[in-house]
Design a protein around this ligand. Structure first.
Ligand code: PGA
Ligand code: ZN
Length: 442
């Protein structure tokens, strides 16, 4: 590649101790950049392929030596002569090399590591911060800080407790800046720890740094506890809630096993519960409230929430309905959602699709159709803070990067503090950024 003296791919470990791909690019002048890709646990069935070795003799089959070899042997030669500053061209070459719908030749992990490393190299060559470089590449007009959702209680696949719901998140609302939002979340998290300790419950944390209590009596108690913790920390009235149900994980034979001790719920019963919670608690969003292929259920839920009047919701308007496993950052699936009035927002995980340019394309499509966007980490993460730059650079409305503990989670939030310093006051829009969703229109 132009102005590049070497590209190396290596197998490193993520926050769960599983192998993942890192690509390092050495620039002609000796400077170097590194990019590492994350990995999910509750993956959507329709995500792009994560290439793993399957060699049971190494890391239980999870090694990524084949993906690293793809970078070295297939991708690097194909990129000969390409200018890393022109990321759209780099990504075009990657997509030409793997023309499959789910990136099953090269692997989305190999592709994203290269796409992201090339983006960083381009930013270095242009002497711009990564977020600025991405804004220029994809025509993002205004730089603002995404509104954070902090996952402070972990359940589902991310913890071994009895909570079926994967993530209970808090969104500080009244904060005037990202920095203040982060403080409100951290103080609430501390208060939550004391409360759990006082109840003699576990204060150990799950994969995304949130607590994984064992003795909570279901989702309503978890939500009540979060509001209590916010009040104890002096942030009552300011803390809103967001849930990621990751419901494909408890969808069995057409029904939802939301309460382990009760019979599974039908779609209509799920919709009733979701509506009831929205009446009782200030819930800003439900992510994956229904399963990844339950398009009919999703359409029904979307229409149902839109039919209720704003006054029926504790937060004053219908919650966003965010598709993660449903849309898998994929323009085709999002188009299907748009045409069927399914969902009102989309989770954005670059490794679900494979390149930054495709990620930018799906964000543009979402905004064109009034869907809100939330940039997201994965449960298996690395110390790479790039998600912060991706969120700002591509104009995502929100971000979720886990709790306010574990440095692979804080790497992204801390990077946003630095970006906020550069952007100055007024670059944070708080809850209003998420309100840009379609919820109020349907
Ligand atoms: P995952 O979970 O990274 O384990 O897939 C995150 C999410 O569902 O949002
Ligand atoms: Zn999710």
């Amino acid at each position: 590649m132009k102005n590049i003296s070497a590209v190396e791919a290596r197998e490193i470990l993520d926050s769960r101790g599983n192998p993942t791909v890192e690509v390092e690019i050495v620039l002609g002048d000796g400077r170097s950049v590194r990019a590492a890709v994350p990995s999910g646990a509750s993956k959507g069935a329709h995500e792009a392929l994560e290439l793993r070795d399957g060699d049971q003799g190494r890391y239980g089959g999870l090694g990524v030596l084949r993906a690293c070899a793809m970078v070295r042997e297939k991708i690097v030669p194909a990129l000969a002569g390409t200018d890393p500053v022109d990321l759209l061209e780099v990504d075009r070459v990657l997509r030409e090399l793997d023309a499959t719908a789910n990136k099953s030749v090269l692997g989305a992990n190999a592709m994203l590591a290269v796409s992201l490393a090339a983006a960083k190299a381009g930013a270095q060559l242009r002497q711009k911060p990564l977020y600025r470089h991405l804004m220029d590449l994809y025509g993002t007009r205004q730089a603002f800080l995404p509104t954070p959702m902090f996952n402070v209680i972990n359940g589902g696949r991310h913890a071994d407790n009895n909570l079926a719901i994967q993530e209970f998140m808090i969104i500080p609302s009244a904060a005037q800046s990202f920095k203040e939002a982060l403080r409100a979340a951290a103080e609430t998290f501390r208060a939550l720890k004391s409360m759990l300790a006082g109840r003699k419950d576990s204060t150990a944390v799950g994969d995304e740094g949130g607590f994984a209590p064992r003795d909570l009596d279901g989702p309503m108690e978890a939500m009540a506890l979060l509001l209590e913790a916010a009040a104890a920390a002096g942030h009552a009235e300011k803390i809103y809630l967001a849930l990621d149900l990751a419901s494909s994980e408890f969808f069995e034979e057409g029904a939802y096993r939301l309460y382990p001790e009760r019979p599974p719920l039908s779609v209509d019963e799920m919709i009733d519960d979701l509506a009831e919670w929205s009446r009782l608690y200030p819930i800003v969003s439900f992510e994956d409230p229904l399963a990844e292929d339950d398009w009919a259920g999703w359409a029904k839920l979307t229409a149902h929430m839109a039919d209720l009047s704003g006054g029926e919701f504790k937060q004053g308007r219908p919650p966003l309905l965010i598709g993660d496993d449903l849309f898998v950052t994929n323009p085709e699936r999002l188009r299907r959602g748009v045409s069927g009035s399914v969902g009102t927002a989309i989770l954005i995980k670059p490794n679900q699709i494979g390149t930054l340019s495709e990620t930018a394309e799906v964000i543009r499509l979402a905004h064109e159709h009034g869907y809100a966007t939330v940039a997201s980490h994965r449960s298996g993460e690395t110390e790479d803070p790039a998600l912060a730059h991706i969120a700002v650079g591509l104009g995502a409305a929100g971000i979720k990067s886990g709790s306010v503990s574990r440095s692979e989670r804080l790497a992204k939030y801390n990077e946003l503090l630095r970006i906020e310093e550069e952007l100055g006051a007024g670059a944070y829009r708080g809850l209003a950024a998420l309100g840009a969703g379609r919820a109020s229109r349907v």
